[in-house]
Ligand binder design. Structure first.
Ligand SMILES: *[C@@H]1O[C@H](CO)[C@@H](O)[C@H](O)[C@H]1NC(C)=O
Ligand SMILES: *[C@@H]1O[C@H](CO)[C@@H](O)[C@H](O)[C@H]1NC(C)=O
Ligand SMILES: [Zn+2]
Length: 307
């Protein structure tokens, strides 16, 4: 074949296969359904190529202990409400009445809950967005909050500290987590993109670990993890994971992307820190066993100011 024809053909193929379209996750890409995968999200929104993006890998031995990171104050998290769960084509999302708030833990304001959604892997495989010392958990919950004074997310996103997201990891457990039945039992009804269904009454409190298990967390400044990737998020990532059985985790893979393919791998890869610091609450453990050992020895020698 003539080199010229070959390169024209290649160029055509390249264009077809990368042609600008909606953003998508890596798991969605096929040549038949080209879309902007995470490395091309800047085509969907230029903010996705900015410096302080989320998620990140949290290297626990490089985190800085911050005494101001006291326990988060949860208000009205126990309040029971009715809502709908929706397949928005990228995740399953639940709107939350704006009565539940968080404050304290060095957050600069009171933030009210707006919605929550999840990111997961394939059939219970790795799928969290944040990673801890390189470990990717099977799923991650994001409870999205905005400053109390705002009435819609758009306004909050134009404030560099307008949004506070709480991130929780999941881990596989041997028993079912009954508190998740309202959500998981309704997933089969929202297989199709843009479908929604009403949920039985539940509270935000029942989705997360008990408060005494929430004292260990990580804090850094970042972005939304989907386009527009707006850098307006104060991130709080909790160390204590939420237990779900393998069967419960697998149920999320029965939800479908818009093309009818299983919704799996709907996480963004970790982004560079670019010099950002990650802080840990007073008691968050250093996970790496070697540095734990060093810390123990240093402390035992009375040299703890070196920490
Ligand atoms: C749920 O779906 C119905 C019917 O398609 C639609 O009218 C309604 O606006 C949707 N509700 C939400 C919260 O998306
Ligand atoms: C709370 O933390 C304790 C100690 O780490 C652990 O044994 C327990 O399973 C945790 N509870 C939940 C619901 O995560
Ligand atoms: Zn998210």
């Amino acid at each position: 074949m003539q080199p010229l024809i070959l390169s024209v053909l290649l160029a055509a193929f390249w264009t077809i296969c990368t042609g600008s379209a909606d953003w998508c996750y890596q798991s969605q890409f096929t040549c038949d359904h080209p879309c902007n995968t995470p490395d091309k999200w800047n085509h969907a929104n230029s903010d996705c190529a900015k410096e302080f993006q989320s998620p990140i890998n949290i290297v626990t031995r490089k985190t800085l202990k911050d005494e101001r990171l006291t326990p988060i104050q949860f208000k009205n998290y126990q309040q029971i409400f009715r809502s709908t769960i929706k397949n928005n084509g990228h995740s399953v999302q639940v709107g939350v009445p704006h009565h539940s708030t968080i404050s304290g833990g060095n957050l600069p304001d009171v933030y009210k809950a707006v919605q929550f959604h999840l990111h997961w892997g394939s059939h219970g495989g790795p799928g969290s967005e944040h990673t801890l010392d390189g470990e990717q958990y099977p799923m991650e919950l994001h409870i999205v909050h905005m400053k109390e004074k705002y009435t819609d997310l758009k306004k909050a996103l134009s404030d560099p500290q307008g949004i506070a997201v709480l991130g929780f990891f999941y881990e596989k457990s041997n028993s079912e987590n009954r508190k998740y039945e309202p959500i998981i039992n309704n997933l089969p009804k929202i297989k199709a993109t843009n479908s929604n269904t009403s949920l039985p009454s539940f509270s935000l409190e029942q989705l997360i670990p008990p408060q005494q298990n929430l004292t260990n967390y990580y804090r850094y400044k970042g972005s939304l993890t989907t386009p527009g990737c707006t850098e307006a998020v104060i991130w709080t990532v909790f160390e204590n994971p939420i237990p779900l059985s393998d069967n419960q985790l697998r149920k999320f893979s029965e939800v479908e992307f818009h093309n009818g393919k299983p919704m799996v791998g709907n996480f963004r890869p970790v982004q560079p820190l670019n010099g950002r610091l990650v802080f840990r609450s007073g008691s968050a453990a250093i996970l790496a066993s070697s540095s734990l050992l060093v810390t123990t020895i240093v402390t035992a020698l009375g040299l703890s100011h070196l920490n």
